[in-house]
Design a protein around this ligand. Sequence first.
Ligand code: FAD
Ligand code: GLY
Length: 375
Amino acid sequence: MRAHYDVIVIGAGIIGCSIAYNLSKRGKSVVVLEKGSIAGKASSAAAGMLGAQTELEEDSPLFRLGKESRAMFPDLAAELKTLTGIDIEYEQNGIYKVAGTEDQVARLQSLIKAQNQLGEEAFWVTTEQLQKREPALTTDVLGAMNIPNDGQVSAPKLTKALAQAAMTLGVEIREFTEVHRFVKEAGEIKGVDTNIGLISAAHVVVAGGAWSENLLKEADVNLETYPVKGECFSVKTRKRLINGTIFSEDCYIVPKAGGRLIIGATERPGLFDETVTFEGISLLMEAAKKVLPGLGEAEWEKAWAGIRPQTKDALPYLGEHPELKNLFVATGHYRNGILLAPVTGKIMADLIDGIAVGKDWMSAFPINRKSVKVQ
Ligand code: FAD
Ligand code: GLY
């Protein structure tokens, strides 16, 4: 272990690993400090959808950030395969947002119009057309919004590939190393204090997911965030039941390699507990079977839960602290941290490198903003 690093990254989830990977490509000396293990929290719980148009929907800086990040996946997948041999299972297989009621039909059709006006591809697919494309789907749906450019990856594989690629390029990742407090001197961050002692660096980046707010309080930095627990389960089928991801009001079903399907996810704001509940899984099972009746024959695999990092105004925090020099924060990616990881890694590395960060990112996601509570 070195006596001093260019950058300490706190958290080896997808956000911390993406930042470390980007910094390592620029020759920075980086250590990632992780209180558990690499990809041990939300980043392994995720279904891996790249839902730039599915989850973010309307024009905003966050929508544009999502699209920019989505476009980075083909090159990133190839780069990581070359560096690590890991296939992150990137697929641009499209997402169907299915409508179960006339209200949903109207809402989705107006969303298609709005996205088309922005130049985005999105189409209405009738029940008959949907049956031809996805014969395993119920005929009870009233059609779907098809988003051909949204896709998916394996979230745990992507996180581990970013970590491994970063290590290949010289990054140290210290698992089971918890950051307790920041070392400050005359308004500047000089390093951190951990269960293995003091570590010093020129820059410190907090990428601690849902646990970031608590850690930052110690440095008198007040974020407005809260955890949102999500439960998921997976099953296996002999052959792939669906080609695209199915996204309904009550659940989503993501087809993975080898006939696996991930079915998610519940939303329980305010909870840090990662237990899997009967209630959560049975609600998802019921909703998923309604959309895809053939699921009843699928083989059970496993269930899990993770904690999404949400902010009170539903926007991530990306930036440098305006007063505490050398302290950077990247958190609050909520339901879209997998999608947003490539662009977040690049933005944070640019900031630390002193490279001007383009567009409206910096004014949209500052870490000292006063949040407005979303309903
Ligand atoms: P995390 O993965 O939680 O990582 C933070 C890390 O920081 C943890 O490992 C933690 O141990 C560490 N840490 C915290 N404090 C300290 C400390 N003091 N010292 C050392 N280490 C510390 N997103 C998508 O884009 N697509 C999806 O399909 C999708 N599906 C999801 C499904 C579910 C069920 C859930 C729960 C989330 C889903 N998400 C999805 C959201 C996505 O998982 C998150 O936005 C993303 O993983 C957040 O990454 P992170 O690195 O910020 O947090
Ligand atoms: N983006 C899917 C989820 O957070 O459940």
